[in-house]
Design a protein around this ligand. Structure first.
Ligand code: TEU
Ligand code: CA
Length: 569
């Protein structure tokens, strides 16, 4: 295994994010200050000391812009105003000020692959004579097909939310492209006017004081040639992500964004890139030639996908995950990795790859955190992950709110799948698992809101909540706090070379981190049974345990879900 020796280049001031930890807030579910059952910015403002206690350096705020809320704010109708649901621009200015006072930076969610269909740009674009017609992807019906009839769509592309990715517009007799919901028309980045409008908006937010952007599906902004792709069996459509990911002008568009907006600023930028590859991610994040600080890759969060994707998932494959970690740690070169298990689109990791039973929930949540945070890269903590929040016990269609979940459910029913066959997979994989209200305390609605929240609170909130964990030094919360502190203090954690040991052992995750003379050994049992450590490990018995989940009673055995980080030198 050729190990790339990471350059000993001292971290530049603009590499501050190489030792940072980011906390993602999904505003709709974080804290509700005005009692309408939906989270808001004033709710966030009332919990900033909690974030300071945790020790995070950056907050990534999911969209709070004006939006019809078709995709919970990822359908934006005004990029430079705040939806009244969440508050006002003054609230955002206050949030920037209050976070900066605490030494915390703010990253906004940049959703510019598409707008809402209620954005004035799109409303103007609907008119074939409009100068904004070419700001979106309008195409005539397929040759020889009656407009508006099935099969008349310009290509056979499927939407991420099920169904065709083209919507017929009777007014003009043409179709517009929407890779997501029909209320999320894709912007045409081939049009320089679109790029200028986006770049001007980005600069406007930077002038307002934000410290960077998380760029929603940014590798979809360059579209491939509009042509049919391989049909996904039984659907009559092409759902092949590789068809639309990383289009041929992506590097050019990102380069222009870097030149015109990002360059020379002390920013953090993370590109969400479903379907991207390691080779491309290394290029996009190369400090010399790349445009971005880091990307969110999707290879690892698709390892447990079943035949039709996330809604018929299989058990988490630890050996494949370890291979993925090794590949990305070694292959990112001079670039940089984001490290995540959770976000607002992923189920809760303690339920997905841990053990959320009462006996093992806390230990497995802490061990998953250790496995992720001890890697080289920038870790992302999703709201509630630091508490070991679990999936929700969804039982019926009416329990769900997520447009992706419901789209998949309705498509499955249309294809004749019985409801009882599709529900278990939906319950395991639904994005709603991440969107149940943040569990602040054991009171009404878990302290999230005074009134019934938009999505049910997890019934286990009485056992799993921030109030209980803040006062318990052995809680999952304080384990995250210690991991974050360790990253801030220790160059081996920040920059050390990762070497995976015993890669084929599906019960254990064991790796070293080496930086100069310093070396740490991570030992993790990712099963619920005790495991005796294999022979051939570096001698670690007498070493300092830097962070662990259990009192060590036998250095050669890890209890169920026990992990330890020891300092070898
Ligand atoms: O997610 C894009 C995306 O890839 C996810 O929708 C993911 O592919 C899907 O959930 C996999 O099943 C971003 C946002 O994070 C997501 O919340 C939005 O719904 C989507 O883009 C459209 O803006
Ligand atoms: Ca509210």
């Amino acid at each position: 295994m050729t190990s790339i020796v990471h350059s000993a280049r001292a971290a530049r001031p603009d590499d501050w994010w190489r030792s940072a930890v980011v906390y993602q807030i999904y505003p709709r579910s974080f804290a509700d200050a005005n009692g309408d059952g939906i989270g808001d910015i004033k709710g966030i403002l009332s919990h900033l000391d909690y974030l300071s206690m945790l020790g995070v350096d950056v907050v990534w705020l999911s969209p709070v812009f004006r939006s019809p809320q078709d995709d919970n704010g990822y359908d934006i109708s005004d990029y430079q105003d705040i939806d009244p649901l969440f508050g006002t621009l003054d609230d955002v200015d206050k949030l920037i000020e209050e976070l900066h006072d605490r030494g915390i930076k703010l990253v906004m969610d940049l959703v510019v692959n598409h707008t809402s269909d209620e954005h004035p740009w799109f409303e103007s674009s609907r008119d074939p004579q409009s100068p904004k017609r070419d700001w979106y992807w309008w195409r005539p019906p397929r040759e020889g097909h009656e407009p508006g009839t099935p099969g008349a769509e310009p290509t056979n592309w499927g939407s991420f939310f099920s169904g065709p990715a083209w919507q017929y517009d009777p007014r003009s007799g043409e179709y517009y492209l929407h890779l997501f919901s029909r209320k999320q028309p894709d912007l045409n980045w081939e049009n320089p006017e679109v790029r200028t409008a986006v770049f001007d908006m980005m600069s406007w937010w930077l002038e307002r004081g934000v410290d960077g952007f998380r760029m929603d599906v940014i590798n979809l902004i360059s579209k491939p040639v509009l042509a049919d792709g391989p049909e996904t069996p039984g659907t009559g459509l092409c759902y092949d992500l590789s068809l639309v990911a990383d289009g041929h002008r992506l590097t050019e568009f990102l380069g222009e964004m870097h030149e015109r907006v990002l360059k020379g600023r002390n920013l953090i930028s993370v590109g969400e890139m479903p379907g991207t590859t390691l080779e491309k991610a290394a290029r996009y994040t190369d400090p010399q030639t790349g445009a971005l600080s880091m990307v969110f890759q999707f290879e690892h969060v698709m390892l447990d996908n079943g035949p039709t994707g996330r809604f018929d998932s299989k058990p988490w494959p630890w050996v494949e995950y370890k291979e993925n970690v090794t590949r990305w740690q070694k292959g990112i070169g001079q670039g940089w990795n984001s490290l995540y298990f959770e976000n607002h689109d992923q189920p809760r990791s303690v339920s997905r790859m841990g053990d959320d039973s009462p006996r093992f929930r806390e230990a497995s949540a802490k061990t998953l955190a250790t496995v992720l945070h001890m890697q080289r890269g920038t870790p992302y903590v999703y709201q509630g992950e630091e508490l070991g929040m679990t999936n929700y016990p969804f039982e019926a269609e009416g329990d769900f709110r997520d447009i992706e979940t419901l789209g998949y459910l309705h498509q499955a029913l249309r294809m004749g799948t019985p409801l009882e066959d599709v529900l278990p997979g939906l319950a395991r994989g639904s994005r709603d698992n991440a969107r149940t209200p943040m569990q602040w305390d054991s009171g009404v609605n878990a302290g999230f809101s005074e009134t019934g929240p938009w999505l049910a609170v997890n019934p286990n909130a009485a056992e799993i909540n921030a109030a209980a964990q803040l006062v318990d030094p052995d809680s999952v919360f304080h384990h995250y706090r210690r991991l974050i502190q360790l990253r801030h203090d220790d160059k081996v954690v920040q920059l050390g070379e990762l070497e995976m040991l015993f890669p084929d052992d599906e019960r254990l995750v064991i790796f070293t981190r080496t930086w100069g003379e310093g070396q740490l050994l991570v030992l993790a049992n990712v099963t619920s049974e005790p495991v005796r450590l294999p022979l051939g490990l570096p001698d670690h018995g007498a070493c300092e345990v830097v962070i662990g989940t259990h009192e060590v009673d036998d250095v050669d055995v890890l209890a169920g879900w026990e992990s330890r980080v020891v300092r070898l030198s």
